[in-house]
Design a protein around this ligand. Structure first.
Ligand code: NI
Length: 179
């Protein structure tokens, strides 16, 4: 397996819209394994293909405490949404940045699994937020897009400063779960 490089905001490649997956072959399964390995290595609870510069509609998630319940959603679609709730979100493409935003509280999703089998599932709580967050990535959308321009400018400056510090050899980032 190969650990992939995660793009960081404001990289313009994070803005590309992903296309549907139509071929379910060994190369796709290998990519999914690499995506999962990359997510686990980064301590993330979710990762979208877009974040590793592959613009196909694939997301992986694991919201379990034991980190052994991988979930793969290909060509995911939200069938229905209910209620709304605020939650705190982070993102592997915005290391160390967290903010509160409102998402649907419960969703019903249809997707294909790694071998192309269709399934439907209900999701709420962290899983529901995570699926909505990762599906936004496939549209080229990031959670900071829901915040004010003022906040985004602050976040860009902070990430830029942290990148300079990282390249100078120090890494002060918290290793909290990110999506
Ligand atoms: Ni994210």
């Amino acid at each position: 397996m190969t650990k992939l490089v995660i793009l960081e905001y404001p990289d313009p490649r994070l803005r590309k819209k992903a296309v549907e997956v139509t071929v379910f072959d060994a190369a796709l399964r290998q990519f999914i394994d690499d995506l999962l390995e990359t997510m686990y290595a980064a301590n993330g609870v979710g990762l979208a293909a877009t974040q590793v510069d592959v613009h196909r509609r694939v997301i992986v998630l694991d919201v379990s405490d034991t980190r052994d319940r991988p979930l793969v959603l290909i060509n995911p679609e939200i069938l229905s949404k209910e209620g709304e709730g605020p939650g705190e979100e982070g993102c592997l493409s915005l290391p160390g940045i967290y903010d509160k935003l409102t998402r649907a509280a419960r969703i019903r999703v249809r997707a294909l699994g790694r071998d192309g089998q269709a399934f439907e599932m209900d999701a709420q709580g962290l899983l529901g937020v995570c699926i909505q967050h990762e599906m936004d990535h496939l549209e080229g959308k990031l959670f900071v897009d829901y915040l004010s321009e003022l906040k985004r400018a602050f976040i860009r400056r902070r990430l830029e400063k942290e990148r300079r510090q990282r390249s100078a050899g120090s890494d002060s980032r918290a290793h909290a779960p990110a999506l």
